[in-house]
Design a protein around this ligand. Structure first.
Ligand code: BGC
Length: 416
């Protein structure tokens, strides 16, 4: 906690400096893209804008899921000094829109025809009362596994088709002295793994009932107990230093062969690419066993803070740049995500990106596309954070699986 406050204070001081240096014609962008792969993707956007004469004022706040970024944002808004544009996820966008804090992007959206090319699932979070309030950048999903191919080959492990095979693969790696699972013990990372584990243990109806409908019966069910039990299996296969580790350092363990697998959203692919690794040769990407037909998605969007009633020229330029088809391809190829538009060719994407695009379209068509609980697309922040707390306490041994399910019922009922 202390560390977090310190970090936030430093960031706020940095923010004050960056604001004083801002010029008219600049956009100040608050985001949490701080890893190597993320920075490479962000550069694509910066350069695009700078090429059009719009300057970039960077305001990074590390931490996947954006919890720390949202805390800094709240402080900036409270002090009457909101940033121009903010990376945001799902329900956070709707919460700010309800507070009337976001600029209306309708003129840009209508001019650029967003209604026709942005999928419904994203529009549900990008519009409030029928008005566009944010610009979708991409679609990520959380039910992926990343594996070191040489490590799997050396241990005779094929891509696991179900939970039992996955558990067997973890045991094989442990017996060979390789860390089976690269993981960072931070609440949002524990929850990211839980997205996939719960979807696999209970299927899409269970996932929806528990995390989207917040149904008490599902939250306290035997299936939830089984999901927690599987988390214990995973917890038993991480290394001793997992606590507090950043997600990209966990990815690095898979990249350098220290660990076999990481369960993480497809931003992890950005790290492999940034390290010069090739999918299918150096690393493998596959859906978490038992979730091959499902996609648990989160879409990064940029919401523009109202700077006095009208969208500024810079905000409009940023929104237009983000949704341009060429940017959607160039950015998402580097980021690991897939385009937020349905009309972008998959030609420039690698094998994992092509699969991501195919999976997304298939899941949307078959009713298998669900918002990620861990990344703010299933329930509002208060509920999400309550779920995080239980998952993390259980992961760190505070409760057994049965108690965790009971705690989840209570925590959600208090938060909602
Ligand atoms: C964001 C990704 C980001 C990841 C890790 C997620 O919440 O959607 O864009 O790469 O966090 O920072």
């Amino acid at each position: 906690m202390r560390k977090f406050i310190l970090k936030t204070t430093t960031t706020l001081a940095a923010a004050a400096v960056s604001v004083s240096m801002a010029h008219a014609g600049d956009v100040e962008v608050l985001h949490w893209w701080t890893s190597g792969g993320e920075a490479a993707a962000l550069n694509v956007l910066k350069q695009d804008l700078e090429g059009q004469g719009t300057g970039w004022n960077d305001m990074p706040v590390a931490g996947g899921g954006g919890e720390s970024a949202m805390t800094v944002l709240r402080a900036r808004v409270t002090s009457g000094n909101p940033p121009t544009a903010v990376q945001m996820l799902g329900f956070d966008i709707l919460d700010w829109a309800k507070e009337d804090a976001l600029a209306d992007l309708n003129d840009v959206a209508v001019k650029e025809g967003w209604d026709d090319v942005i999928p419904e699932a994203l529009q549900a979070f990008a519009k409030h009362d029928g008005q566009w309030v944010s610009a979708p950048v991409n679609v990520h999903s959380t039910n992926w596994v990343w594996a070191n191919k040489a490590v799997l080959d050396a241990n005779g492990i094929a891509v696991p088709a179900n939970w039992e095979e996955f558990e067997a693969a973890l045991e094989t790696l442990a017996a060979a002295g390789v860390t089976p699972v690269a993981h960072g013990g931070q609440a949002w990372q524990d929850a990211t793994v839980f997205d996939a584990v719960a979807m696999s243990a209970g299927g899409p109806e269970f996932y929806k009932a528990a995390f989207i409908d917040l149904d008490e019966e599902a939250l306290g069910s035997d299936t939830m107990v089984e999901s927690f039990r599987r988390m214990e299996v995973i917890r038993g296969h991480v290394d001793d230093n997992f606590s507090g580790r950043d997600w990209n350092l966990a990815t690095a363990m898979v990249i350098n062969g220290e660990a076999g697998f990481q369960m993480m959203g497809d931003w992890a692919k950005g790290e492999f690419l940034n390290a010069g690794k090739v999918p299918g040769e150096d690393f493998l990407c596959f859906r978490f066993p038992g979730t091959e037909d499902q996609v648990t998605f989160n879409a990064d969007q940029f919401a523009m803070f109202d700077q006095g009633g009208k969208v500024s020229a810079e905000q409009a330029a940023l929104a237009t740049a983000i949704l341009s088809p060429s940017f959607q391809s160039a950015f998402n190829v580097v980021k690991g995500s897939v385009p937020a538009r349905t009309d972008v060719s998959d030609e420039a994407f690698d094998a994992c990106g092509k699969q991501g695009m195919k999976d997304l379209a298939a899941a949307a068509a078959s009713g298998n596309l669900y918002g990620s609980m861990a990344h703010g697309h299933a329930a509002p922040a208060a509920v999400k954070n309550a779920i995080y707390d239980v998952i993390t306490a259980h992961f760190n041994g505070e409760y057994d699986a049965a108690t965790a399910a009971l705690e989840l019922v209570d925590a959600v009922s208090i938060a909602k």
